[in-house]
Design a protein around this ligand. Structure first.
Ligand code: HEM
Length: 136
């Protein structure tokens, strides 16, 4: 029981800090003042944060499998929320990676739009996270 609680708690620590990085990184690049000259630094932070979310999110499932032999029995709404989070995470990770790969040639407007999209994806994922607690 102790090791199970510790495994969930440590995974949740990574997941919480990843959530901060995903949304905070994108917001801080845009507000209160535009910091696009540090766009690549923010993008690396955001890329790592999305990666942390994907890895720790998967680890939640692996931990359940290890201790119970099955993944949690989610309601339809919780399952839909999880799908939204997974889709947001894959899109956010890909967008940050694409910007790091090609973004040097992009206009300021495009870079700003990219960070706005990354912030929106983070907000969607965080909102969806709350609906994981929807039990049937
Ligand atoms: C592949 C992507 C992801 C997967 C598979 C995933 C999976 C999970 C799971 C299984 C839980 C429930 C843990 C538990 O209580 O047992 C959880 C919680 C949470 N996730 Fe994710 N997640 C992903 C991405 C994200 C993203 C991108 C964010 C935010 C930016 C996020 C934010 C949260 C938060 C805040 C919680 C805690 C919710 C609560 O306890 O009320 N997750 N996640």
């Amino acid at each position: 029981m102790g090791s199970e609680n510790l495994a969930y708690a440590l995974t949740q620590v990574v997941h919480n800090f990843g959530a901060v990085g995903v949304l905070g990184g994108a917001l801080f690049a845009l507000w209160p003042t535009l910091r696009l000259e540090y766009g690549r630094t923010f993008a690396w932070l955001i890329l790592v944060a999305w990666g942390m979310q994907i890895a720790s999110g998967g680890l939640f499932g692996v931990t359940s499998l290890f201790y119970y032999g099955e993944t949690p029995d989610l309601s339809r709404i919780a399952l839909a929320a999880l799908s939204v989070k997974v889709a947001a995470a894959m899109t956010g990770f890909s967008l940050a990676a694409f910007y790091l790969y090609r973004g040097r040639a992009w206009s300021r407007v495009s870079v700003k739009r990219t960070f706005r999209s990354l912030a929106a994806l983070g907000a969607v994922a965080l909102t969806a996270a709350a609906f994981l607690r929807w039990f049937s």
